[in-house]
Design a binder for this molecule. Structure first.
Ligand code: SF4
Length: 423
């Protein structure tokens, strides 16, 4: 049964309150490139995306959003748009009248500005998402709670209590992490805490920086699937380091995930569906019984089954068989071609079992959001990259053409590198 929540109106779409789960995604073009962003929005909408987010770094992007909105309306369409804000409250209050929802991150949005944002949103019937990210919690939250699921929930409630005082209930909450176990715990804890606080915000579910390919889909489904099966979650995004449109198919499968049949067996005909269903069911099972002794079965042969099993156990952090990659989905802030760079780094380093490597598009959010990665490759400005060891920057602004070699050099200097067997 679905967990009780308020209804939140995001333009023409209603989230929560027992309505169907809504699919979301985010554009990857620079928002100021209005042609490219509009094209992406229209394609996403055609593919079944119901709410679309664009990045708004500053006032220049606010102007672009106005233009994009105008061009959408000229086409007679009513596509709910969300502005993604980090660090710059003025961008939030300026864009709020022209979008259907504003997403703020409590880790980098001044709490004093939140009331001001609520005032603007009330006036213009704009919803807000309080979007907590495990990797970018505020300093004082980290000091009091650490980077824990409780810290994530407290981070959200600080903002929600202000909204409650202001009698503003058009708020959605997300508690994302690149670690599916952490996000699952955070959402479940939030549901418990909500009852005590008597606030019933709809929840947007996601595993952030899930990566790409089957690994990315497995991580997302492993985290989101079990929550949906428990009636938690009103909207979802499968964040992939791929073209945004590739996120919609997995979302459609996830939102209709059937109940865990008690055996990890898929009998249908679609490999995409098998990946999502089995990872989602395994999330339910492994959270209660962490073991590497799982058997899964599909009609696609033993090699497929074994590979999927390895990926599921890796997502569960039960058994690592490859390096783990945390790569952001990219957005208008991205400083390099995330898809090709991620593929290149993966190819060179995936034999390093147990090493977690983050590939992040920008220094604005990248270093904060790569949470528990051992090493980070982060776009610092167009064509240049910073390299990190844990959360410490160790190499600044190296040219992209030399960055992979420098990363390998860093892995060697930290004694985690060895030559791949096939080299
Ligand atoms: S880390 Fe990636 S997705 Fe997040 S803001 Fe930077 S470029 Fe965009």
């Amino acid at each position: 049964m679905k967990i009780k929540t308020n209804q939140v109106k995001v333009g023409s779409v209603v989230i929560g309150g027992g309505t169907a789960i809504k699919i979301q995604s985010m554009t990857t073009s620079k928002t100021e490139d209005t042609d490219a962003t509009l094209k992406e929005i229209l394609e996403l909408y055609e593919a079944g995306c119901e709410i679309i987010r664009v990045t708004v770094q500053g006032l220049r992007q606010v102007e672009s959003v106005k233009e994009i909105r105008k061009r959408i309306q000229e086409r007679g369409l009513n596509i709910p748009l969300v502005a993604d804000i980090h660090f710059f409250p003025k961008a939030a209050t300026s864009v709020a009248p022209f979008v259907d929802k504003v997403r703020v991150n409590p880790g980098n949005f001044a709490i004093d500005s939140f009331k001001e944002l609520i005032d603007v949103c009330k006036k213009h019937h704009t919803a807000i998402r309080v979007g907590v990210n495990h990797g970018s919690l505020a300093e004082d939250i980290l000091y009091s709670y650490g980077d824990t699921p409780l810290g994530m929930c407290e981070s959200a409630f600080r903002f929600l209590r202000i909204a409650k005082q202001e009698s503003f209930d058009q708020i959605v909450v997300s508690l994302k992490s690149s670690n599916p176990l952490v996000m699952m715990k955070a959402y479940r804890l939030f549901v418990e805490m909500q009852k005590k606080e008597e606030m019933f915000c709809p929840l947007h579910l996601g595993v952030t920086e899930a990566g790409e390919g089957i690994e990315g889909r497995v991580k997302a489904a492993f985290g989101i699937g079990p929550l949906l099966l428990d009636g938690i979650g009103d909207t979802i995004r499968v964040s992939l380091t791929e073209d945004a449109i590739q996120e919609i198919g997995p979302c459609k499968i996830l939102k209709n995930i059937p109940p865990y049949p008690g055996k990890l067996e898929y009998t249908g005909e679609s490999q995409d569906e098998a990946v999502i269903h089995l990872a989602g069911w395994a999330g339910t099972f492994l959270l209660e019984n962490p073991t590497e002794k799982i058997e899964l079965k599909t009609p696609f042969g033993e090699a497929f089954d074994l590979d999927l099993k390895d990926k599921i156990l890796q997502a569960a952090r039960i058994k690592m068989t490859k390096a783990d990659f945390i790569s952001c989905p990219s957005c208008g802030r991205t400083q390099f071609n995330l898809q090709s760079v991620t593929r290149k780094i993966k190819k060179a380093t995936e034999h390093l079992v147990g090493v977690k490597i983050a590939i992040m598009g920008c220094i604005v959010n990248g270093p904060g959001e790569m949470a528990d990665a051992d090493f980070g490759y982060v776009g610092s400005k167009p064509g240049f990259v910073d390299l990190y060891k844990k959360n410490q920057k160790v190499i600044s602004q190296i040219h992209e053409s030399e960055a992979l070699e420098a990363l390998i050099g860093l892995l060697k200097s930290e004694s985690v590198w060895f030559e791949p067997l096939h080299a």
